[in-house]
Write a protein that binds this ligand. Structure first.
Ligand code: ATP
Length: 562
């Protein structure tokens, strides 16, 4: 610190630059500070000029390249001014399109650059695949080939090209006898480079054994096995597979056929509430929800409402809607939410009028599915061949047995059915499956009906058999030995209904049954009906090992997403 008390100012020779500067050659004096500054300025100027020159050169080169790109405008992001050309569905392409120009919109199932002059795209639309090829030949440029072959898998593109017959059939494509020779390729929506699961890996069936946990496992051919959990976690990608596409079409078909049949029969399509103020079907399998300052419940079926509609003079009704079951059942055939196909109708003399209607309904649905969805069924069978073709009953009529006849068939096969004979228990799932086998062998059908269940195993609203009240006028339908429908004649007499409630330990005077019972006190015609599970029909028709594969976004005790 200087004595003056002012801050110390270094002398020029003390400055770091000066002390660090090498001594001038021959002992000449070191350059002055001004000279150094000037040199630095000039250096920076020169650098900037070089940068500018490089930029200009790059721009000129790009412009030149662009000018040379004979395919300019034929590829890239889809232009806003793109003519709206008619688009052909890939499914509809056929040999009739040979040498014709088509435009398709599809996902890129796979993209591959073969060489600087050749690239391939496998295009996929709703599970159907066709190969497209882009070759550098004016006006198609190498730049276009490179760009097209580099499109991220799963991106959505619009491709125009001429349909040609390939040299050899393309085994990996659904349409193996044609190929699109690309003249234009535009990107509509780009997929991320890294996907959580490859659609082509999900095309392979999930391992049947539950032993396989998460993580990549390879099959015998070295391809990754995608577990059911991974598929369901990434359901949107899984839905894009050929198999899921086929399954969801068949699901749509079941609903269409059900409603077609019902409407044709004169039934009315109804929509009942899924929120109820009481868990009135009894049982603990009901989801409770907060409803402002009180509780509400998600309905376990539209049962009571269907009957109230019958009491409301609707005569024949049906509904397709969600059904909620708060059952902690972790099985291959139970969900906590499924789609119910329900119907209810009046009859004149005997509940078999309704039973026969329901049997014919199912035979109609199953027969038409086989006819209208042949292609989709064949696709599903490639992944799930084990169950084989679904066997329809001969002569277009359902096979109907009495419940006790089914029990007798099991007994004959050596199964212990003592609890069933004492009416203590319904058939177990294992017994149902075994009975399905026995019936398939004996009657050559995968669809059959059991009638006259013991009253003890049916709900309170079921009508007892007037000839033998140990039994009831109730029935279950089975596909491949698993239950897909429950139904019955319902009690329509208020007094009889109250007695039946008491016999099942329910209190007819409790508030929760007030509205339901009122419907019968006001007079109600005899009626019967049933409740089917859409997901189960789909599962067992196709022989799928798990109901989750037959459900868009399954809900079970473990799963509430996606
Ligand atoms: P299960 O004995 O198989 O549990 P359930 O006797 O409880 O069935 P119902 O209450 O009679 O079945 O329901 C009628 C139909 O609804 C069944 O035949 C089935 O098709 C479907 N269903 C019932 N519960 C479920 C569930 N948890 N998940 C999927 N579908 C179901």
């Amino acid at each position: 610190m200087a004595d003056s008390g002012l801050p110390h100012r270094p002398k020029p020779e003390e400055t770091p630059e000066a002390s660090a500067a090498p001594a001038a050659e021959g002992g000449a004096a070191a350059p002055s500070k001004n000279a150094l500054k000037k040199a630095a300025k000039e250096k920076a100027k020169a650098e900037k000029a070089a940068q500018r020159a490089a930029q200009e050169k790059a721009q000129q080169q790009a412009a030149a390249a662009n000018a040379e790109d004979t395919a300019k405008g034929l590829y890239g992001p889809i232009p806003e001014s793109e003519d709206l050309q008619p688009v052909t569905n890939i499914q509809q392409l056929s040999e009739e399109h040979y040498e014709k120009e088509v435009t398709v919109i599809a996902r890129v199932d796979n993209a591959r650059v073969q060489s600087a002059k050749l690239a391939f795209l496998m295009l996929r639309q709703q599970g159907v695949k066709v190969q497209a090829v882009v070759a550098a030949k004016e006006p198609i440029s190498r730049q276009m080939v490179k760009w097209t072959g580099g499109i991220n898998v799963n991106s959505i593109v619009q491709v125009t090209g001429t349909v040609k017959k390939p040299g050899v059939p393309i085994a990996s494509a659904t349409l193996s006898n044609l190929e699109i020779h690309i003249s234009k390729a535009y990107l509509i929506s780009e997929a991320a480079q890294m996907l959580p699961m490859q659609v082509k890996d999900a095309e392979r069936p999930p391992p049947l054994s539950d032993v396989v946990e998460d993580g990549v496992q390879l099959d015998a051919e070295g391809a990754p096995i995608v577990t059911l959990k991974t598929r369901l976690d990434n359901r949107v990608l899984d839905l894009q597979t050929e198999t899921s596409q086929a399954i969801t079409w068949i699901s749509s078909g079941i609903v269409q056929l059900f409603s077609e049949y019902m409407l044709k029969s004169g039934a009315r399509w109804i929509f009942t509430s899924k929120l109820a103020g009481a868990a009135s079907e009894g049982g603990s399998n009901v989801f409770e929800v907060k409803y402002f300052k009180r509780k509400a419940y998600l309905t376990q079926s539209p049962q009571l409402y269907k009957q109230m509609c019958i009491a409301g003079d609707m005569e024949s009704v049906f509904e397709i809607g969600p059904v909620f079951r708060a059952e902690d059942s972790n099985t291959h055939r139970h969900l906590t939410e499924f789609t119910g196909l329900d119907f209810e109708r009046t009859f004149r003399h005997h509940y078999h009028e309704v039973l026969e209607f329901a049997e014919d309904l199912l035979v109609f649905i199953l027969t038409e599915l086989k006819e209208r969805y042949k292609d989709q069924i064949a696709v599903v069978q490639k992944s799930y061949p084990k169950a084989g073709d679904f066997k329809l009953p001969k002569g277009g009529k359902a096979l109907r047995l009495k419940y006790m006849d089914g029990v007798a068939l099991l007994k004959e096969a050596g199964v212990d059915v003592s609890e069933q004979e004492r009416f203590e228990n319904d058939l177990t799932t294992a017994m149902e499956k075994q009975l399905g086998q026995i019936i398939r062998e004996k009657y050559d059908t995968d669809f059959y009906v059991l009638d006259k269940f013991p009253m003890a195993v049916r709900p309170f609203y079921t009508k007892a058999d007037p000839e033998d009240p140990k039994f009831s006028n109730s029935y279950d339908f089975f596909m491949r030995g698993e239950e897909i429908m429950s139904g019955a004649q319902r009690i329509h007499d208020a007094k009889e209904l109250e007695d039946s409630m008491r016999a099942k330990g329910l209190d007819p005077n409790s508030e929760e049954f007030e509205d339901y019972l009122a419907a019968f006190r006001q007079g109600c015609p005899p009626h019967a009906g049933g409740g089917l599970g859409l997901n189960r029909i789909l599962q067992f028709f196709l022989g799928l090992p798990n109901i989750r594969l037959a459900t868009l976004f399954p809900r079970d005790p473990q799963r509430l997403r996606p």
